[in-house]
Design a protein around this ligand. Structure first.
Ligand SMILES: [Zn+2]
Ligand SMILES: [Zn+2]
Length: 167
């Protein structure tokens, strides 16, 4: 899309691996000042160019269009039906994940290595430590990796969890 559209062309020295992944900005060198829409950001997991998508609070399925529409409807009806519930959980004693009820229940479907777990150990629903239920959930925006098919909010937590479980 832009000067550094291919990951192979990224100026290695120009990225800042030491700063927070969500702050990484690739600034084209030979160009006029650019607006926000011209900046490219990369997935912290696979390096693909990220998109900005509308999302529900669920870090897992939040960007799915039907989930966004469901919540939009809920908000319009002042939560009369409360179609989907969202909760923030603590995992591995340290990290926080906000998930809808069905993604929370489905967390055990990830292969052990996705969360850096050894052997057959999986992160089970019973290991999600409920911190809070979100009242009046709203729509927001997040960066999304079309390759990993995940929100960056989720990828960021997973990368930290993996690092922690590997040590
Ligand atoms: Zn979900
Ligand atoms: Zn990715």
């Amino acid at each position: 899309m832009f000067l550094f559209s291919s990951p192979a062309l990224l100026p290695i020295g120009a990225t800042c691996a030491t700063i927070e992944p969500d702050r990484i900005e690739i600034v084209p060198i030979f160009s006029k000042p650019v607006g926000d829409e011209m900046k490219t950001e990369q997935c912290p997991e696979c390096g693909s160019e990220l998109e900005v998508r509308e999302t529900t609070p669920c870090m897992e399925c939040g960007t799915l269009p039907d989930q966004v529409e469901l919540l939009r409807q809920d908000i319009a009806e002042r939560y009369a039906h409360d179609s989907v519930e969202y909760c923030t959980y603590r995992v591995f004693d340290t990290f926080e994940l906000t998930l809808c009820d069905s993604c929370a229940i489905g967390i055990g479907s990830y292969r052990p290595e996705y969360f850096g777990l050894a052997g057959n150990r999986r992160l089970g629903f019973e290991e999600l430590d409920l911190l809070k239920r979100i009242t009046a959930p709203s729509l927001g925006k997040d960066k999304y990796c079309p390759e990993c098919k995940k929100r960056v909010a989720f990828i960021d937590v997973v990368l930290k969890v993996r690092e922690c479980n590997a040590s």
